[in-house]
Design a protein around this ligand. Sequence first.
Ligand code: X8Z
Ligand code: ZN
Length: 632
Amino acid sequence: MHILVSRIALSAAMLLAAPAAVLAQAGQSEKAPDSAQADAFVAAAEKEAFDYSVDASRIMWVNATHITDDTDALAAQAGAKGTEMAVRFALEAAKYEQVPGLSFDTKRKLDIMRSGIVLPAPTKPGAAAELNEIATRLQSTYGKGRGTLDGKELTGSDIEAEMANLSHTPAQFSEMWTSWHDRVGAPMKADYVRLVDIANEGAKELGFADAGAMWRSGYDMPPDEFAALTEALWQEVKPLYDALHCYTRTKLNEKYGDAVQSPTGPIRADLLGNMWAQEWGNIYPIVAPAGTGDLGYDIGDLLRAKGFVQTTPQTIDTPDTPETQRRGYWEKQMFRIGEGFYSSLGFDPLPETFWQRTQFIAPRDREVVCHASAWDVDNRDDIRVKMCTKVNSDDFVTIHHELGHNYYQRAYQKHGYLYLNGANDGFHEAIGDFIALSITPQYLVQIGLLDPAKVPSADKDIGLLLRQAMDKVAFLPFGLLIDRWRWGVFDGSIRPADYNKAWTDMRLRYQGIVPPTDRPADSFDPGAKFHVPGNTPYTRYFLARILQFQFYEAACRQAGWKGPLHRCSFYGNKEVGKRLNAMLEMGASKPWPDALEAFTGSRKMSGKAMLAYFAPLGKWLDQQNKGKQCGW
Ligand code: X8Z
Ligand code: ZN
């Protein structure tokens, strides 16, 4: 999580190193500060933040890959130092904002300092420390979380994989879903309530209405306009989601019967192949179109057929173990395939340290945060991933996602600290996903995973699109609602007594899903999703779902692709790589519409590319749904 961890900790924490000399100068001088002083403040702040971030990233890495009380204490301490630094910078930056004659970059960097803190704390003594102790405890609690299947405990990454295993019964899905939400989420509630109070107090001191308003202010437009933009994008794509929901509900009803899944109303959340019902691709076999639905391959099966073997706790290394039988060997090879895609576009190979320092699989002997993240530890070349990889299709895609973060980080490394970021956070999340849209059957043939005779014929197009839509389209309302809930929590319209009810209500309103079991009023189901205890803003993933199709459509146009959009792969296209790199290199140095224009020619985020990609499926779904009462 550089992005997740470092950048969060960093933006909160790191931003902050205001050089004492500069501050004294600004504060003591009789005259109002001038633009040269503003420049000096920014330069000194960037240096202090940069140095802090390297130390802090190392501490956060050790904590996330080796959770103990001691590493929690160290991480909380480092986080507190960073929060204090970031708040100090934000307050100082405000003093320079009105100075006449500021350069574009100084003004932009002052803005970033003012609003780029995920969890601000008030300046009163002890507040940053308490906030960071809570934030660390929440993240580690999630990392150590367990659910059960048939009464036996499973880790987070194991239970996530089991939710995708269609041989389980509805009762087993319900047990996994309920145990995970009860055991992981519920104990976090008191900490979360306190965290919200402190962060809001911090946001107010910095001149924001609440912490949610700060989150909405990082998009080169007023926060209200940003909220309206997300709503407009959602309305654009919602009809496609509604059609997919309707069709999927019919198929689940056919498979499980009325007693498990009613043919009308909401869908049971635990039947969709994913703990959070955020992506539904794993139940593709249940919804596949009759006759032409069998795509003939699953990426996990293809990997296994090529000899990729998933590491298990029973996999033992000894000095004599051949390399291909060592723990993590095959998972590492999956990353080699991902690297190969980026290399084919002309990006340099990953550094040797990537292969030495990445956590490829869950260690056997200690607790870790398994949720995948990409890190840039030294803001230079020490890029790595932390993942508990499994040999399956989801993780094959996630590897491309994480590597997208790492290549982005490397592309913008020449900038000053405050520009070491995506054009906006949605861009950072979209890069690897857009690359992964190129994992077409033909691409799988090119890299030797799929037999050329098995490439699905044109009559399988609807199946291919449906398989993608189950992941991409199904995600949209989930991508929106996590922060809609947190925005409400931060602005006080959702009170602690109603946290869970408001969450369940929003899951119903946006996604049309219901929990498999009644939820006690004091449960805390949001805590069972990593990004809530991990304090990672989530609207970025909603934006990324939209943006990745804009990037993909542009890349396929650049590549001169003439066939159906979803069959396009720009693997090996150096021209696309060059143009992509031009956007990535910009980092956060320009407003995001400039970056979007550099690669796509457009300055607007729009659902049109996504709708164009899925257009044939949209028509087909409407036919399937004829005569059905859609909605819930
Ligand atoms: O958290 C992630 C990445 C790390 S930035 C694995 N994603 C979201 C999630 O898992 O909820 C990628 C898709 C959405
Ligand atoms: Zn990501």
